[in-house]
Design a protein around this ligand. Structure first.
Ligand code: UDP
Ligand code: MG
Length: 319
């Protein structure tokens, strides 16, 4: 297989057929050497039925991996990468915000430049709200200063990877997967290609502000130990300050015999210190929680069924 195209789908019933048609139109002559891998991430609408119907009538190779529930886009990407057999593997959204014809441009770049291992598309102009945009910028600043990996700010998950890059990504055993970090961590020569984002063909975005915020925290915790260092350093400075303050109060009392005072100061100090302590415990807790998830060793996702256009694929447990 020359090309594997991984399409994560969560409640995308209106986009499946459109995506297939668009992919066939865009990839044209490449289609006989291409496999489309749709990962149904526990959709609650008619996505699975649409995929089943598509498998029945598709002219070209279509493969479907269907999860037992919604495990998130990161899990869907991993399942897609595991299923891919192509020399080149592309990751693209189902909603046609990323036009499949860009895959051809990416392929051209990889064919013309043997030294380049991956092409990542980035948005030159972002079509999103001002608040989200400011927070995204802040997130990339924070993650940039806290981690050793360099994550290109505007780069999306829309990528084309050579086989060795896919193998490197699959060799990471971690369960808490933050793809943007993993792409950066595995290294390799990446070419950043500008692209223009379209409007969603149908349905709505699965992201909201809180989901993005949690995703940002996950990313920082997964790729940096600095929050732990910062909380230790903060603890040390507050300790040093408290010693200075202690000496100051002692001196003041001995020299001028200050009567009992300073209740507001005390209240502020208690509030501040307990806040910082809770923050520190929270940070440790986050790492502990991630560690717990990793040591439990649960799979990242559970596959309920798997099909391709030729029929049902053998499953584990089949005899
Ligand atoms: N997606 C998924 N699982 C999820 C959420 C999203 O597989 O839990 C898929 C979704 O179907 C789409 C892609 O990930 O193909 C990008 O999602 P979306 O369009 O909602 O994100 P946005 O483009 O708004 O960043
Ligand atoms: Mg989208």
């Amino acid at each position: 297989m020359l090309l594997s195209v991984i399409v994560p789908c969560y409640n995308e019933e209106g986009n499946i057929d459109l995506f297939y048609e668009e992919a066939v139109r865009a990839l044209g002559d490449l289609m006989p050497r291409t496999e489309l891998i749709f990962v149904n991430d526990g959709s609650r609408d008619g996505t699975l039925e649409k995929l089943r119907a598509l498998c029945g009538r598709a002219e070209y190779r279509v493969r479907v991996v269907s999860f037992s529930r919604n495990f998130g886009k990161e899990a869907a990407l991993l399942a897609g990468l595991r299923a891919s057999t192509g020399e080149f593997t592309s990751i693209i959204d189902a909603d046609l915000q990323q036009r499949p014809s860009y895959i051809l441009d990416m392929l051209k770049i990889l064919e013309e430049h043997p030294e380049v291992d991956a092409v990542a598309a980035y948005q030159e102009e972002r079509k999103e709200g001002a608040v989200i945009s400011v927070f995204k910028k802040m997130f990339y600043k924070v993650i940039d200063s806290m981690t050793d990996v360099k994550i290109m700010q505007a780069a999306s998950d829309f990528r084309l990877l050579r086989r060795p890059v896919v193998d490197a990504i699959l060799s990471l055993p971690e369960k808490c997967r933050f793809s943007k970090g993993i792409f950066a961590w595995v290294g390799f020569e990446t070419y950043y290609m500008p692209y223009e984002v379209e409007e969603r063909a149908s349905g709505t975005s699965k992201w909201n502000f809180w989901k993005l915020l949690m995703y940002a925290f996950d990313g920082i915790i997964a790729f940096s130990n600095k929050p732990l260092v910062i909380s230790s350093v903060l603890g040390f400075f507050i300790f040093a300050l408290s010693i200075i303050y202690l000496v100051f109060i002692l001196a003041k009392t001995i020299l001028w015999g200050d009567p009992v005072a300073g209740f507001p100061t005390l209240a502020c100090l208690i509030l501040m210190l307990s806040g910082i302590q809770l923050l520190g415990i929270g940070i440790i807790g986050q790492y502990l929680a991630k560690n717990y998830t990793e040591t439990k060793g649960r799979p990242v996702y559970v596959v309920k069924e798997e099909w391709d256009s030729a029929g049902r694929l053998p499953q584990e447990g089949d005899s």
